[in-house]
Design a protein around this ligand. Structure first.
Ligand code: HEM
Length: 216
């Protein structure tokens, strides 16, 4: 097949991307209909997912498939922890609870990291390329809705200090995808795992939506 892998994976997940963007929870959150508590709860869920992604990073750094994707400027756990300290206070760890959907998502990331580097790449792509893209829209809305300082505490997760030129970084990331040493069958499996990653995100949104229904 001639279509570059980066195009294949983007096209294959396009529909689910629209679903994620327009999910009730995301629409309500970014539409300014929910309080900062909902944003905080969402940020807490992200902590579990990035912990799983980044705890595995060191062990995958030399892997021929996943290794090229492990880049220190992407790491988000430290930023999430600063945001959570701001949002919840210094004892944020004591009140941190993973929703069942989040626990399942993080467990799948950990499983892929331990057993299938291609699957890990699928999860890496789904989160980090999204954060570098739509994440910037989310940051802007969050700053305006809940009054966080621009690129400051509360939204540091969305600020990639080490990525000076996001467009160039994304181009380079797509080149890494195109160069993944995998045959067509393995690429298909990676694409399927990417769709699964979107499903996990959707499930987290549904559970968050259940916790923060609109009263009106
Ligand atoms: C309201 C929420 C969201 C908004 C506004 C949003 C918006 C965007 C935008 C504008 C792009 C750039 C498209 C381009 O460069 O052509 C993008 C890309 C992307 N988003 Fe989102 N997004 C949202 C939620 C999500 C979620 C929940 C995920 C998955 C967890 C996600 C994953 C991705 C990925 C993987 C890409 C890169 C696509 C590619 O170029 O290969 N997004 N998003």
């Amino acid at each position: 097949m001639d279509t570059p892998f980066s195009t294949q994976i983007r096209v294959a997940s396009h529909e689910q991307h629209t679903e994620a963007e327009t999910s009730t929870f995301m629409s309500d959150l970014l539409g300014g209909k929910l309080g900062v508590d909902a944003y905080t709860r969402y940020t807490e869920q992200l902590w579990f997912v990035y912990k799983a992604l980044e705890d595995a990073a060191a062990s995958l750094a030399d892997d021929p498939v996943a290794g090229p994707f492990i880049q220190p400027e992407l790491m988000r756990v430290a930023e999430l922890e600063r945001d959570l300290a701001h949002l919840r206070g210094a004892d944020w760890r004591e009140v941190l609870v993973a929703l069942p959907a989040t626990a399942a998502y993080a467990a799948r990331v950990t499983e892929c990291a331990a057993t299938w580097p291609g699957g890990y790449v699928a999860h890496h792509y789904t989160r980090y390329l999204g954060d570098l893209s739509g994440g910037q829209i989310i940051r802007d809305k969050a700053e305006k809705t809940w009054g966080f300082a621009r690129k400051g505490d509360g939204v540091r997760f969305y600020v990639f200090e080490g990525v000076a030129n996001p467009a160039a970084f994304k181009r380079n990331y797509r080149e890494l995808l195109d160069a993944v040493p995998a045959d067509e069958l393995e690429k298909k499996r990676i694409i399927e795992e990417c769709k699964r990653a979107f499903d996990y995100n959707g499930a987290v949104f549904r559970e968050l939506g259940g916790e923060f229904p609109l009263s009106a």
